[in-house]
Design a binder for this molecule. Structure first.
Ligand SMILES: Cc1ncc(COP(=O)(O)O)c(C=O)c1O
Length: 496
């Protein structure tokens, strides 16, 4: 694919300017990209994490005027390889245990390439009957996995944040008729921060949000939920929505879904479950048990780009009565009238915020069909086993203290020098400083990726296992790295 290619097919006809490339050039460039992707995957376990440059460095490296003249694709790709690829962190690396990892399967990666390559408009049945049927089918699989009734339905969106916004918009419409005055919402302080954004966008003020206290495992205290709802009602407020987490981002805590469902029913609250992180654990026996009660939700959010091994972006919102999504979002401008079909022939643009939307369900469909649910279920189970193994292996270290036990695939811990292991509160400031330095050193070392959080007053480290490539050896290496860095930091701090 050469930059010297003429921009018009005949060379000098001003009416034939095109962006088309010759077939051989397209094939060559495509194979080059596939080769890069496969080589990258093969080398991933041995590779260091990418570097993080400063803004000054990235400006120097990449800043330029919009290019006026053509360049060879090989050259452009080469620039991507040399200037961009070394400077991002690989969230699919087997030793990426930070935040919520994402490790897409190759069929799901190819599905995204196919979606871009065919540029399917998945907004209307008229333009995408086949893709729309796949989206309906995949959502039916999810509904069955969660035990939701046949009338439930939903759609794919970019991710959990947007999916939660869709669910809350429906709840606002059907519970409040969009009248927000005196309404109140209940969730814990551990609900994902994206809800704060949704509250703002939907017009709820901070004083309408009730943070329900949590128990010792950071799950919603349902007794307090009941009390708070009743007290608010007595005070003339309008409680209408409870948000439960099925796997908090912080520690993987699952709110007591069955108990919350019972309170929601009794108190006529909309019961929303944010299962963006933990929802696909329901594919496994133990996960389904942990998530019992989710089948009673009025709305649920799932993120296939997390524990269903699909590339970004893939979020999903499901509402118990799917017609409510349509009643919330449907509009019909005159220029879309040609697309109206029978009710059963769904226009997904009527069910959410986007008109133009990509065909995100394909990656789930391709991956699930290629591997089969049984294999994916085993991989999800393996991640939970590995998190259990990790917590045990870390607990055997004289210097690592488990702070929260594994829940789904997350446990938390901190480095505690043996001489400080007696729990003297005066040591806490020292431990916080040590663990903050530790996370910074781990990240800078580029052999391992973890992230930190704060629980109460404690600065601690999170360990989230979600990658199908992670092995026990990765966890053993992680412990060695953490112990080595922790010891060195402790020595340095004692000297200061
Ligand atoms: C529990 C939970 N909810 C919502 C989100 C937001 O999802 P997204 O980042 O896909 O927008 C996350 C992201 O980590 C999450 O863990």
């Amino acid at each position: 694919m050469t930059g010297n290619n003429s921009l018009s097919s005949s060379g000098n006809d001003p009416w034939e300017v095109t962006l088309e490339l010759p077939p051989e050039a397209m094939r060559k460039a495509g194979y080059r990209v596939v080769d890069f992707l496969v080589d990258r995957i093969v080398n991933l376990p041995e590779s260091l994490f990418g570097a993080e440059l400063s803004r000054e460095q990235t400006e120097r490296l990449l800043r330029e005027e919009m290019p006026e003249n053509p360049q060879d694709f090989e050259e452009v790709f080469g620039e991507y390889l040399s200037k961009v690829v070394p400077n991002f962190r690989q969230v699919d690396h087997p030793r990426f245990f930070a935040f919520i990892p994402s490790s897409p399967t190759f069929p799901s990666i190819l599905a995204d390439a196919l979606v871009s390559g065919t540029n399917i408009f998945a907004g209307t049945w008229f333009e995408a009957s086949g893709p729309s049927q796949i989206e309906l089918l995949v959502i039916d699989w999810f509904k069955k996995m969660l035990g939701l009734p046949p009338e439930a339905g939903g759609l794919f969106v970019s991710g959990g944040s947007v999916a939660n916004l869709h669910a809350l918009t429906v709840a606002r419409k059907f519970m409040l008729k969009d009248r927000l005055q005196r309404s109140t919402i209940y969730c814990t302080a551990h609900a994902h921060a994206c809800f704060d954004r949704s509250f703002y966008v939907l017009g709820f003020k901070p004083n309408q949000i009730r943070r329900v206290p949590t128990d010792e495992a950071f799950r919603m205290d349902v007794g307090r939920l009941s009390e708070m709802v009743r007290r608010d009602r007595r005070a003339g407020k309008r409680p209408f929505l409870v948000i439960a987490s099925a796997g908090t981002t912080n520690v993987g805590a699952i709110d007591p879904l069955e108990d919350i469902a019972a309170i929601a029913l009794r108190e006529s609250l909309w019961f929303h479950v944010d299962a963006a992180y933990g929802g696909f654990a329901a594919m496994t026996k133990r996960g389904a048990k942990l998530l019992q009660g989710i089948e009673q939700a009025d709305s649920v959010v799932l993120d296939p780009h997390k524990w269903l091994y699909c590339p970004f972006e893939a979020g999903c919102v499901i509402v118990r009565d799917h017609s409510q999504l349509k009643e919330t979002f449907h509009i019909l401008p005159e220029y879309m009238r040609d697309t109206v079909r029978k009710d059963s022939e769904i226009n997904f643009c009527d069910y959410g915020l986007q008109l133009t939307r990509g065909f995100r369900a394909l990656k789930v469909w391709m991956s699930l069909k290629t591997f089969g649910a049984e294999r994916i279920r085993r991989v999800i189970d393996q991640c939970m086993d590995l998190a259990g193994y990790g917590a045990e292996h870390f607990a055997e270290s004289p210097n690592l203290q488990i702070v929260t036990r594994p829940s789904l695939g997350i446990f938390t811990f901190r480095y505690v020098p043996t001489r400080l292991s007696l729990g003297d509160p005066r040591d806490e400031a020292y431990l916080n400083r040590l663990n903050q330095t530790l996370i910074a050193r781990i990240i800078a070392g580029r052999e391992l990726m973890l992230s930190s959080t704060v629980l109460g007053e404690k600065h601690i480290l999170r360990f989230c296992v979600l990658n199908y490539r992670s092995r026990r050896q990765d966890i053993q290496e992680a412990r060695l790295i953490i112990e080595r860095l922790g010891r060195a930091i402790d020595r340095e701090m004692l000297k200061d």
